[in-house]
Design a protein around this ligand. Structure first.
Ligand code: NDP
Length: 425
């Protein structure tokens, strides 16, 4: 039988399907990933910076805690709650929910980024020692992990008061460990404040930019001026974050918002994993400075530019097509019909591979690591992890699309046989 969107729409939220290794995965990941964050930060700042060293260098207990860390972290989150609530930008509607309603979301993340950057410049001008973030990385990560657990427990408990139609299809199996991990409630809100949407692109993502800037200031403290490698890493990643927030509305149609419940997986990813592992290259460069020739730097800039172009163009093409298929920029593209009434693009970027946006993202990931040279594996952690994440994400999306579109999806796969890398995968 080929389920169509109607059957998905009315499916009971008591899903029995298990992802991420089921209960075993849901038990091990919340233990293993927080330890990985702390381990990577410690290794990154050690002179050897070797991920192959055994036993791994453990940080002295005293380095894990600093009373300033919870103050800074909670202050940062509070600032972003305040910025989220400001009547800036427009309000957009999400996709139609199972009960037929649509939620409203403020599109003011880019304003939050700009205001945060202005405040940072002001703090620097007033002499705030932003470079001290380098010493605070471990205590801040410990606090972010603590906040992730607390928020996830709160979300799990409050979900039992949520109406049935507000539960996610995948995180409501009745197994507490699995549901805690996947998230039971789809769009938990306190009044109009949407907890998942808030966490998705604000405190963690903008926090990543601040951590990077802190690493740059530390480098200035140590060596009087920022290196070209550090400037590249900071600029590339700032561009990525600014782009995500400039196109914030697009997050409303992503798997995270539309499909996944809000549980430990997303909370931890947003608040701890992104700011503290995506900034590893900048932290690495503080202790392991790299010389870059102008030619090498130009080649890396070009690689990042190509990746960004593919990433942005393909994401925009699909968003435009989903929002208005009659728009002149997409109306001439070849498409195939599906039983749900929605069409699938089979030409343009989405005719090249089935996930051109992942291809662009991976090229950028490589460009972020290359300024760190080839002497260590650690700066390439992000590329390796991100490749695994996107291959896994592609498989999850593929399953969902096959269940939504059935035969039409099979036709699309025959027309566009490669998933991410043309002629390779
Ligand atoms: P996508 O933006 O790739 O969206 C997948 C959805 O697009 C499908 O479920 C389907 O939904 C629609 N779709 C697929 N193929 C077609 C087609 N041929 N024609 C029309 N619509 C199609 O999903 P993600 O949320 O995974 O990725 C969004 C961006 O975020 C990507 O650029 C990704 O690289 C990035 N990302 C970054 C992460 C990071 O940590 N830096 C983590 C995860 C993602 P439907 O048909 O229902 O519209």
């Amino acid at each position: 039988m080929r389920p169509n969107s109607q059957s998905v729409k009315h499916r009971s939220p008591h899903g029995s399907e298990r992802e991420f290794g089921g209960t075993l995965g849901a038990t091990c990941i919340p233990i293993f990933l927080p330890l990985t964050v702390l381990y990577l930060i410690s290794v990154c700042r050690s002179p050897a910076a070797s991920v192959l060293q055994w036993p791994p260098p453990l940080p002295p207990g005293g380095q894990l805690w600093d009373p300033l860390a919870p103050v800074l972290l909670l202050g940062w989150i509070t600032l972003h709650v305040f910025l989220y609530s400001l009547p800036l930008g427009r309000v957009s509607e999400g996709l139609v929910l199972r009960d037929g309603t649509r939620l409203k979301y403020p599109i003011n993340g880019f304003h939050s980024l700009c205001i945060s950057l202005v405040l940072l410049v002001l703090l620097l001008w007033l002499g705030a020692p932003l470079g001290h973030l380098f010493e605070l990385l471990l205590p801040l990560a410990v606090c972010a992990i603590g906040v992730s657990f607390l928020l996830s427990f709160y979300l799990y408990i409050r979900s039992f008061w949520a109406p049935h139609h507000a539960l996610a299809l995948g995180g409501n199996t009745g197994n507490p460990l699995y549901d805690f991990f996947m998230g039971r409630e789809l769009n938990p809100r306190i009044g109009n404040f949407d907890l998942k949407y808030f966490c998705e692109l604000r405190p963690g993502l903008i926090g990543w930019v601040v951590v990077n800037l802190g690493m740059m200031m530390k480098e200035v403290e140590l060596r009087d001026s920022p290196s070209l490698a550090m400037i590249l890493v900071n600029s590339f990643q700032l561009l990525y974050v600014a782009d995500a927030l400039w196109n914030e509305e697009a997050v409303l149609t992503t798997m995270d918002i539309v499909h996944d419940g809000f549980g430990f997986m997303l909370v931890f990813g947003d608040l701890a994993w992104v700011p503290f592992t995506y900034s590893l290259q900048a932290a690495f460069l503080v202790v392991h400075p790299q010389e870059l020739s102008t030619l090498t730097a130009s080649a890396i800039v070009a690689l990042n530019g190509i990746g960004y172009y593919i990433f942005r163009k393909s994401n925009s093409q699909k968003n435009q097509f989903r929002r208005d298929p009659t728009h002149p920029s997409v109306s001439k593209l070849e498409t195939i019909a599906t039983a749900t009434g929605k069409r699938l693009l089979v030409s343009g970027w989405w005719g090249l591979v089935r996930h051109p946006n992942y291809l662009g993202d991976l090229l950028m990931a490589l460009a972020w690591s290359l300024p760190c040279g080839f002497s260590h594996l650690l700066p390439y952690f992000y590329v390796v992890y991100f490749t695994i994440l996107l291959i896994h994400r592609e498989a999850r999306d593929e399953r969902q699309c096959r269940s939504k579109y059935g035969l039409a999806w099979d036709t699309y796969c025959r027309r566009v046989p490669y998933r991410i890398f043309p002629y390779i995968y």
